[in-house]
Write a protein that binds this ligand. Structure first.
Ligand code: ZN
Length: 341
């Protein structure tokens, strides 16, 4: 599935580039008429202005899919230079900030911030770290127990992953009771998936992942079941992070405010994006959410209890939807998705 994501990302960004180039060109005089080769291919190149425009518009925004209900995003910032933001997108897309990681499943959160020393654990990222596997595993499971709650599910998932030899992780921050948005807003994220599955699936389909009607139905039904299950979601959101820690998950305390300017969607196996290196190059206020999508399929395989391929696929897609829905709840419509293929 994620091989197709990789290929289609390439195709997708390519066709967007063409769309930008196809914007009406200024009227040409006979002298400056575009030269045409023997094969009839137009050899005229874009003007520098068109090229700059093409480079930023080649990335899709959450807003394009009516997503992005939150506030984090470039349009709400006056402390960054749009030219530098664009340069950063290009460098990230080219893989210049990719660094190797040893883990195979998501372990730390997509959060763009760092700890007080400017560092993060070097591990694959998804929304909520290991909690992405908890929520994605729950949403993608069409035979989930109705008598289990979020805290028990968290303990169970961390234990399963540890038994399979994986490291697990969660985080908070230095100023909130629950500093992880994916955890703090998990009920809202389930609600968002239930209400906006078509918009979310439409974005995901642009990335090359087809969520079928029956998969959508199953995932929406499971989201609704949990929202209707009294006491499923813990009242105290920080208690969920604590439950993961008690089961053995590593903990990061991130500092400061959210400065994410985009979503790095990384499909390069065995790598993540180096947040500290981005800051070192562009400035401390330049951050990105980092989604290591290549690791989602591995997590689905290890958390699926039935051994059935269809169940595994649905869980991988549910993890993907949980990541997009989290971005949509926390992020602004102006957040761009920057693929690294
Ligand atoms: Zn988080």
């Amino acid at each position: 599935m994620f091989e197709s994501l990789k290929n289609l990302l390439k195709h997708f960004t390519g066709s967007e580039e063409k769309a930008s180039i196809a914007t009406p060109a200024p009227a040409t005089t006979p002298e400056s008429a575009p030269s045409t080769s023997a094969t009839g291919i137009n050899l005229e190149h874009e003007s520098p202005a068109q090229a700059a425009n093409a480079s930023i518009t080649q990335y899709i925004t959450l807003g394009k899919f009516n997503l992005g209900l939150g506030s984090i995003g470039p349009d709400n910032r006056n402390d960054v230079d749009p030219k530098v933001v664009d340069e950063m997108y290009q460098a990230i897309a080219a893989g210049l900030f990719n660094i190797p990681v040893s883990g195979a499943v998501p372990e730390i959160c997509v959060d763009g911030r760092t700890d007080k020393d400017g560092a993060r654990i070097g591990a694959p990222c998804a929304a909520g770290g290991t909690l992405s596997i908890v929520y994605g595993g729950d949403l993608g499971n069409n035979s989930a127990a109705a008598d289990i709650d979020e805290m028990q599910l968290t303990t169970q998932t961390v234990s399963t992953l540890k038994e399979k030899g994986h490291s697990t992780g969660v985080h908070g921050d230095d100023h909130s009771s629950c500093g992880c948005g994916a955890c703090a807003k998990a009920p809202t994220i389930y609600q968002h998936i239930a209400e906006r599955i078509n918009d979310i699936a439409s974005l995901v389909s642009q990335l090359g992942i087809n969520v079928t009607e029956s998969e959508k139905e199953s995932i929406v039904q499971q989201a609704k079941n949990r929202l209707g299950q009294a006491g499923f979601f813990a009242e105290d959101r920080a208690a969920v992070v604590q439950a993961a820690r008690d089961a053995g998950a590593l903990y990061e305390e991130l500092v400061g405010k959210h400065n994410e300017l985009g979503i790095a969607l990384n499909t390069k196996s065995g790598t993540t994006v180096d947040r500290s290196a981005i800051r070192a190059k562009y400035g401390p206020q330049y951050d990105m959410f980092v989604v290591d999508a290549w690791a989602f399929g591995n997590a689905a395989k290890d958390i699926n209890t039935t051994g059935d391929e269809a169940d595994e696929q649905r869980i991988a897609k549910a993890i993907t939807l949980q990541n997009v829905a989290t971005a949509s709840i926390l992020g602004h419509g102006s957040l761009r998705i920057v693929p690294i293929a």
